[in-house]
Design a protein around this ligand. Sequence first.
Ligand code: C2E
Ligand code: MG
Ligand code: MG
Ligand code: MG
Length: 284
Amino acid sequence: IAMSHAARSATPTFAIHEPSMNDRRALDAALAEALEGALQRDEFTVVYQPIVDLASGRVVAAEALLRWQHPLHGAVSPATFIPVAERSGEIVGIGRWVLEQAVRQVAAWREAGADLTVTVNVSPRQLQEPQLARDVLAVLERAGVPPRSLVVEVTESAMVDEAVEIAVLRRLRSAGVKIAIDDFGTGYSSLQYLTRLPVDVLKVDRGFVARLDGTAEGAAIAEAVIRLAQILRLTTVAEGIETEQQAVELRALGSERGQGYLFSRPVAPEQVFALAARRQDLVA
Ligand code: C2E
Ligand code: MG
Ligand code: MG
Ligand code: MG
């Protein structure tokens, strides 16, 4: 006992926490502080990744993806800062801004003659705001964008009050906004989630697309998700398509839509418009 007490007082941090845990907390706190006011300082931009119809290769939609340029640290990945913003609550204001940008953008595309749909990631924390549906519909109305031109992407989370989330999504969907489940198959209870939420689109997670290698085993999960979507009359979007072979295989499996570096990285809105206007066949 005396020994361990001595050891503990000599190196208290090691005895109490894993060092990696301390590092993570310090990084989280620093990021959370840097995120405060980042919106007002104009540090965010939104880029758009084209979503194509796999049969024709035409660009039919684009996903809004947030980018953060920190004045000292440079570009910070959303995979790093979104979870922090989610925990601090900053995501509510940031998410609202992304939504406004995306809706304004789809209005501009429509005015320029491209009937594109825009998809926006909405975090579980935002779906806990009962007035979210009203706010979203007001943003659409003000921009003169029909609700069917917006898709809200949601991910599964164990940390939500499902009753509030379902009420918000129902209200949006009854107004015509489409609902997509992002990263389908990677959550904690995908299938149960699917039976409870009002849904229009399943996004096949990039991890399952990466396994496509021309074998039945490689295709198993992507195929199961696509079949499930067909039975439930949902649209599928396959994420993370990087090779021609993956695109061809997904189309053969029955996925209507796809997105990934093969077609385009996330780009500026003008580039999405140029790709949509070209109407070229992106899939051989
Ligand atoms: P996500 O919604 O699943 O978005 C797809 C991610 O995959 C994007 O990463 C995109 O750049 C990347 N990606 C697309 N095609 C390919 C490909 O062919 N190969 C590979 N390796 N990756 C590809 P990004 O932009 O870094 O975003 C990461 C995640 O951050 C998003 O995943 C989403 O969950 C979250 N996120 C991004 N923007 C927002 C936002 O405005 N609000 C919220 N709540 N979350 C966001
Ligand atoms: Mg998404
Ligand atoms: Mg995804
Ligand atoms: Mg994701």
